[in-house]
Each structure stands twice: as structure tokens, then as C-alpha cells.
Design a protein around this ligand. Structure first.
Ligand SMILES: C[S@@+](CC[C@H](N)C(=O)[O-])C[C@H]1O[C@@H](n2cnc3c(N)ncnc32)[C@H](O)[C@@H]1O
Length: 302
């Protein structure tokens, strides 16, 4: 039997598909203008065609072009880059732990016996390794201070397949390779699956994290509805896939959703982005605090 050759995204047929994918994704995402993410989408489309073939992409595209929501979502899922692992860039989780400790102590001092609340957001959480790691850092903050707190972590992503995996909370050893053993023993349960070992996220963490689908490029976000601000937002390894105008827009929105001393954490490869300057000031490696100007705008909006 003759094997079909995958068509490269740089062939004329590939170029046509790329344009159509860009158009569909752009019209489904309020913020993205056609052409703004061509390099990134080009790579994704080429990978998709190698793995699943042009025919599958064509069928999906035709449905998406007719406005079928499931096909649009399937396209977004297929094109998402979900690479992640627990305790990625560990210094960020140490910073988060310190930040939660300081916030808890301040809130307990102010309100006496009230159980303080801490709000965190993992924006672009992929299959959950990042928000669960944030939950571990927050749980450790409670453990070392001996303070009881309500920790609420919102975890969002555009990819609904990745979110379903995240909700399952089951991971292979490899995903936990950077997590210190002591933390793995404290917050996970080992399960046997065939010859391998699977780690299941424990109840203490499960109570903290809520997974919600969200396109960061959409006009409306399902956050901030209850009126609270976030003590920290992690948006790591997401901005690299977005256009310049989308990045500026995200920085502005994030600055209004953080508490005045709330932290925004990007990945180290994204640190030093000048788009952040109008709204944030750097306070560490890829770690930002809302600038005074952003704080004033944000306070006027309350
Ligand atoms: C490389 S993963 C990063 C995961 C995690 N934050 C980390 O640093 O390990 C990038 C994630 O961003 C998500 N993403 C990309 N564009 C997005 C958008 N417009 N809205 C929401 N999530 C998006 C992808 O689906 C993917 O799961």
C-alpha cells in the first residue's frame, strides 16, 4: 500500500490551510487579529499535519468554518502547546510560599480570629502541574506558619482536553521529577498502574483548585466576578505564543486584577518584556508588582 506523504505547512496547500486556521482561530478569539500569530500557528499546523494528516485537519476546518463550536474547540485543543511539569522554575514556588506567608500574617494581624483567604490564579495552566504546585506552596505556607487559611486557586486554559487531565490529578513519575520527594510524599498518593507508578493528587490540594476553561484573548474572562483581587497570578510560558498587542492587553488586565502588592509571575524566558512597563515594575527574575500608576487605575475601579 502506498503511504501518503504529509504535506508541509510551507507547501501551497499547507499555506492555504494555515490561512484558514488563522482566520478561524482569530474570529473565535476577540483579541487576536488575523496574521498576528502566523509563526506560531505555522509550526502548530505543520506538526498537526505530520501527526494526524491533512485530511483530518481539512475535515475539522470545514466544520469550524461553519461555526461548529466543538470543531473550533477541537482545533484549539489540537494546536495548544501543553508542555509543563511540577515545580517548574522552583524559585517561583519559593517566592509564592514567602508571599503567602507574609499575606497570611498581615491578614491575621488585621482581622484577629478570622480565617484569612488567599486568591491565586494559574492563567494557562495546561494539564495542571502548575496550579497543583501553587497549591503545594500555599499549603506549605499554612503548615510552617501554623495558620489555617482558605486557599482558592483558579486554574484556566483554552485547551479543554488538558483541563480534563488536570482535573483527574493523576501523574506519572516523570511529571514530578523536579518536585522534592518530601513534598511528593506529603501531598500525593501512589497508585499502581500496570508496571508503572502513578501519583494521585491528595485531598488537601484538591480542595483548593478550581479548573475553568478560558481564552485569555476573549473579551470577557470568568474571573473577578466575586469582586476579589488575586494575591498572585502565574502566567508562565503563555505570552511567548501571543502577539505584542495581546501581551500589552494582558498586562493591563492582570494589573487591575491583582491586589496592590499582588505578584505577577512569567517564565524566565518571558522576563524583561517591555510591554509590562506601563503597568508593572520588576521585583525579581520574571516577577512583577503592579506599578503605582496601575494601582491608582485599579483603585478607582473598585
Ligand atoms: C506551555 S503551556 C504552559 C503551562 C504552564 N503555565 C507552565 O508554565 O508550565 C502553555 C499553555 O497556554 C495555553 N494557552 C495558549 N493560548 C492561550 C489562550 N489564548 N488562552 C488561554 N490559554 C492559552 C495552552 O493551551 C497551554 O496549555
Amino acid at each position: 500500500m502506498q503511504k501518503t506523504q504529509p504535506i508541509s505547512a510551507s507547501s501551497s496547500s499547507g499555506e492555504g490551510l494555515l490561512k484558514r486556521v488563522t482566520r478561524v482561530i482569530a474570529s473565535a478569539s476577540g483579541l487576536l487579529k488575523a496574521g498576528e500569530r502566523d509563526d506560531y500557528l505555522h509550526r502548530c499546523v505543520a506538526d498537526f499535519m505530520v501527526v494526524r494528516g491533512e485530511k483530518v485537519l481539512e475535515t475539522l476546518l470545514q466544520k469550524a468554518e461553519r461555526g461548529e463550536h466543538e470543531a473550533i474547540q477541537a482545533l484549539r485543543n489540537a494546536l495548544a502547546v501543553n508542555y509543563t511539569y511540577f515545580w517548574r522554575e522552583p524559585e517561583h514556588f519559593h517566592i509564592l510560599m514567602e508571599h503567602v506567608i507574609i499575606s497570611l500574617r498581615k491578614r491575621v494581624d488585621k482581622r484577629g480570629s478570622l480565617q484569612p483567604r488567599v486568591h491565586l490564579w494559574s492563567a494557562g495552566c495546561a494539564s495542571g502541574e502548575e496550579p497543583w504546585s501553587m497549591a503545594i506552596a500555599a499549603a506549605e505556607a499554612c503548615r510552617v506558619t501554623g495558620l489555617a487559611a482558605t486557599i482558592e486557586i483558579l486554574a484556566t486554559d483554552i485547551d479543554t482536553v488538558a483541563l480534563a487531565d488536570a482535573q483527574q490529578g493523576r501523574y506519572r513519575d516523570h511529571a514530578l521529577r523536579e518536585l522534592p520527594n518530601e513534598l511528593r510524599e506529603r501531598y500525593f498518593h501512589p497508585l499502581r498502574m500496570g508496571s508503572g507508578k502513578i501519583w494521585r493528587v491528595g485531598e488537601a490540594l484538591r480542595k483548593m483548585v478550581r479548573y475553568v476553561p478560558n481564552d485569555l484573548l476573549a473579551a470577557q474572562w470568568p474571573v473577578g466576578e466575586s469582586g476579589h483581587r488575586f494575591d498572585a497570578i502565574f502566567c508562565r510560558n503563555v505570552m511567548i505564543y501571543l502577539s505584542d498587542s495581546a501581551r500589552v492587553h494582558l498586562f493591563e488586565k492582570f494589573s487591575t486584577l491583582l491586589t496592590p502588592d499582588g505578584l505577577l509571575l512569567l517564565s524566565r524566558v518571558e522576563g524583561g518584556m517591555s510591554y509590562a512597563d506601563a503597568y508593572f515594575r520588576p521585583c525579581g527574575d520574571a516577577v512583577y508588582l503592579p506599578s503605582a500608576a496601575a494601582r491608582r487605575v485599579s483603585q478607582n475601579r473598585i
